[in-house]
Design a protein around this ligand. Sequence first.
Ligand code: SIN
Length: 485
Amino acid sequence: MDASKAVGAAPTGLFIGGEWRDATGGGTFAVEDPGTGEKLRDVADGQAADATAALDAAVRVQDDWAATPARERGEILRRTWQLMTDRADELALLMTMEMGKSLAESRAEVTYAAEFLRWFSEEAVRIEGRYAANPAGGSRLLTMKQPVGPCLLITPWNFPLAMGTRKIGPAIAAGCTMVVKPAQLTPLSMLRLTALLTEAGLPPGVLNIVPSASAGRTVAPLMADPRLRKVSFTGSTPVGQKLMEQAAGNLLRLSMELGGNAPFLVFADADVDAAVEGALVAKMRNNGESCVAANRFHVAADVAEEFTAKLAERMGAMTVGHGTEDGVEVGPLIDEDQRAKVAELVEDAVGKGADVLTGGAAVDGAGYFYQPTVLAAVPAEARILSEEVFGPVAPITTFTSDDEALRLANNSEFGLVAYVFTRDLDRALRVAEGLDSGMVGLNTGLVSNASAPFGGVKSSGFGREGGTEGIEEYLSLKYVAIALG
Ligand code: SIN
C-alpha cells in the first residue's frame, strides 16, 4: 500500500452515536506530515456542542453496555486486535505519515497498541468481587465491581494508537462508554482505529470521538457535566493539573499519566555494551518523544568514558530521514515548536559548558529533523537535566558512589520511570527500592508492556494503565452488608 492510500483510508469526521458527521459549523483543521511540513488531510474541528452530543450518546447507551455480557465485550476487543494485526502495515504507514517516526517504530507501536486490546479482552471476564463472613459473626459482606460510567479519554500525539488503546481497552472491558479526544497533531490513526472497532461490532454510542483544534473548547464543557464520571489523560503535567482543578467540581475519578524525567543509571559493575544497547532503546525509541525516554544519563566515573564513547558512536551512526524511507531509524520531531525546544535545551547545556560528542544541531531542509546528540560533562545547572527534552538528545553526567547515584536520580519533581544497569543483585534491589518512580527498568531500556502496570508518582501523575491493575481504573467497588438471621 502506498502512503496516500493509507492516509486516504482514515476517516476525518466526528464519530457520535455510531455515525460519522461534520463538526458544528463545518470547520476543519489541517493535519500535516512532520517529515515534509505538508498537509495530509483536513479533519473535522469539534466544537463544544459536538462534545456534549458525544457525551449524550455515551450516556444513552451506558446502562445497556454495562449489562452486555463481559464475554461479548471482550470478543469485540479480541476481534479488533485481529483487525489491527491484519492491517498492521496500513496502520503503521498512516502513523508514520502523521507522527513522523520510522516505519519500524510504527509497526512496533501497532503491535503494542493492539496488545492492549488483546490483554483487556482477557481481563473483561475476570472482574470479580468477594464474599466474607463478618469477623464478629452474624452478617456477611459482599463486594462487587461495576463500571464507573461515561469516561473522557484524552490522548497525546506521540503514540497515536497505543495511548488510545490502553484507555479504550479497559474502558470497553469494564463496561464503560466513552468520549475520546485525540491529539490535534495526530488524530488520523485514532479515527482509523474507531472504524476498526466499529467493524469489530462495537455498538453505536459506546465510543464517540471528537477531534478538535482546541482541547479547551471540547474538554471544558464535559468536565463540568455531572454525567461524566471519569477522565483519563496522558500529556503534560501543567495540563494534568488544570484538568484536576476542573475535575474537582464533579469529583471525577482521574487517571493521570504525565511528564517524566527518567534517569538512566550505569553502575561500574554493569555490562557496558548491554547498557549502551539499553540506552539506545530508552533514549531513541519514538525519536526520544516519549514520557519514558531516558532524559539524563548518570554513569559511574569508572565506566563513563567507555559508555559515553560507545553511545556517541552508535547515536552518531543512526540514519535520520523521512520515516517511510528504507533504513531510516530516526524520523522528524513532531513540529517546529518541539524542535526549537530541543535546540534551546542543547544550547543552554553547551553554553554552560557541556561537550557535544555527536549531533547538536537541527537538520537543514523541509521537516522538523534534529540530529541524534550526545552531550558529555553536562553541568548540574543545565536545564536539560531537569526539563523533559522529548527529543534525540542524551546528556551524560558522572557519579562516584551509590548514594550519589540515587540522590541524582531522585533529584526531580517527576517520577515515572528510572533505568538501572548493574550486575550486582544486592545493589539492583537496593537501588530499585530507593528510586522515587512508578517503574524501574533493570538491565533493560524498555518497560512498556500491555501486561504491566504503567504509571508514575510525584508530578508524573497517578493511576496505572495496562496489567491487571489497568481495568480497576474503570471500575467502582460496591459493598453490600447482608444480615444473616
Ligand atoms: C508515553 O510516552 O506517554 C508512553 C510511552 C509508552 O507507553 O511506552
